[in-house]
Design a protein around this ligand. Structure first.
Ligand SMILES: Nc1nc2c(ncn2[C@@H]2O[C@H](COP(=O)(O)OP(=O)(O)OP(=O)(O)O)[C@@H](O)[C@H]2O)c(=O)[nH]1
Length: 427
């Protein structure tokens, strides 16, 4: 699925960390399950577990002394069957590949991705080489090229290692514990492969995140005022630009107010994003009162018949009292125009700050009425697990995730897709 793969690729650093960690954990104390060819042929009575077809072929040539004759004969038979099977599968795979020759579909125009519905996959992945190598049955049985699957018994020691792995991905101790203990329920003593662990883990993570996956709600009453808060550098400007572009693409009229009047660079940056998104950006003289700009922006948005007004704000947490007063004043002033505004207070968080994002939520909840989250920079960080921790701890809606610096790099938050990408799971 192209869309899934894109997210997985974007979350590469997080997923590869969990991926590699799981491989290491399972091989530490795990054992290879060698598939018996007869088993594959569905005749379970004739199991040949100790001898792989390759070993048998080799043994037939070299007469390996520690294979007894009966076992050798069985294995040789198995090798012959295996070879015939492989050949059949190879032919089937070839035929499949010809049948499934992907036909380039018409490019699809994506609607308001973040705020309405998640984007459906546009293109299916072309069949890749490893799939062809593994053969049809091998794929179905979840076996590697050599037919081996390593499994490890789920015990306390392994659970502890899984917990540590999740903590290392910034999931936080409590959430990591919750995930692993739910994974363990009814499964202690069972032998699990990496793929099975990933599936359990991803499903558990998705279950935690399901209740918070909510697109930014759109209201009938306009202009809908969205106050955007977050520390400097968290990605507020970029997120406003990306959102504005998506709203505009969905036919909404958007106005942006550059409320961080004390930082010329921030205002300029927002103007650049406004241009990219094709949306007007209201600015005020350097150092002027952000609340007064917010009021003017309300007037302009009403006069223009705008659907949405997005107000950028300063993110100087160094002086929390000042920032709190600044935000409170903006809210007081815009309520003169609409007593229900702001309709949303969006907190933008930077995934690369890891567990620090938890503190930021606490602080911004203290100084403003946070209604939802956007997490940026999930691409290129190994700390993607923090989003699970946030969902678990605060239960605030997650409206979207930022996975790059380009205008299209804001995706709707899909819990299962995110969990699969985070754990590196290919279903
Ligand atoms: N890789 C990546 N970079 C991002 C993402 N979102 C934002 N950035 C980058 O993060 C940096 C800071 O983003 P801004 O949007 O300027 O952050 P801000 O919160 O507005 O910061 P100030 O302007 O300092 O208030 C920029 O270089 C962005 O390109 C993302 O999802 N992925």
């Amino acid at each position: 699925m192209a869309f899934f793969k894109k997210l997985k690729d974007r979350l590469f650093t997080s997923s590869s960390k969990i991926d590699e960690g799981l491989e290491a954990i399972v091989s530490d104390g795990g054992q290879a399950d060698v598939p018996a060819v007869d088993d594959v042929m569905e005749t379970p009575a004739q199991v040949v577990p100790e001898v792989t077809p390759e070993a048998a072929q080799e043994a037939a040539v070299q007469e390996v002394p520690d294979l007894d004759t009966a076992a050798l004969e069985r294995a040789q038979k198995a090798a012959a069957v295996h070879a015939a099977l492989e050949e059949k599968q190879r032919q089937e795979a070839q035929a499949e590949a010809v049948e499934e020759e992907p036909q380039a579909p018409e490019p699809t125009v994506e609607p308001l991705r973040t705020t309405l519905t998640p984007v459906a996959p546009v293109l299916e992945e072309a069949p890749t080489e490893p799939v062809a190598k593994r053969g049809v049955l091998g794929r179905l049985m979840g076996r590697g090229a050599d037919g081996e699957v390593v499994r490890r018994e789920l015990d306390d020691a392994m659970l502890e290692q899984l917990e540590e792995l999740l903590i290392a991905s910034d999931m936080g101790v409590d959430t990591a514990l919750r995930v692993t203990s739910n994974m363990a329920e009814g499964r202690l003593g069972k032998k699990l492969s990496v793929q099975e662990i990933k599936t359990l883990m991803a499903d558990e993570i998705a279950r935690i995140m399901e209740p918070v996956a909510k697109p930014l709600p759109l209201y009938a009453k306009t202009p809908q005022v969205v106050l955007v808060v977050g520390v400097n550098g968290s990605g507020k400007t970029t997120t406003i630009g990306k959102l504005a572009s998506q709203f505009r693409g969905a036919g909404k009229k958007v106005v942006i107010a550059a409320g961080d009047t004390f930082r010329a660079a921030a205002v300029e940056q927002l103007q650049v994003w406004g241009e990219r998104a094709g949306v007007p950006v209201l600015t005020a003289p350097h150092g002027s009162d952000p609340a007064s700009l917010a009021f003017d922006a309300m007037v302009r948005a009403e006069a223009d018949g705008a659907d949405l007004l997005m107000i950028d704000t300063a993110g100087r947490l160094q002086n929390r009292g000042d920032l709190m007063e600044e935000l409170a004043k903006i809210v007081r002033v815009i309520r003169k125009k609409d007593p229900e505004a702001p309709h949303n207070t969006l907190l933008v968080l930077d995934a690369t700050t890891g567990q620090n994002a938890i503190n930021q939520v606490k602080v911004f909840q203290d100084i403003s009425d946070v209604s939802g989250l956007v997490m940026t920079k999930l691409d290129g960080t190994a700390k993607g697990g923090v989003l699970v921790s946030l969902a678990d701890k605060f239960g605030l809606p997650i409206h979207a995730i930022g996975v790059g610096e380009q205008i299209d790099d804001l995706q709707p938050f899909d819990p299962q897709e995110f969990a699969d990408a985070l754990t590196g799971l290919d279903r």
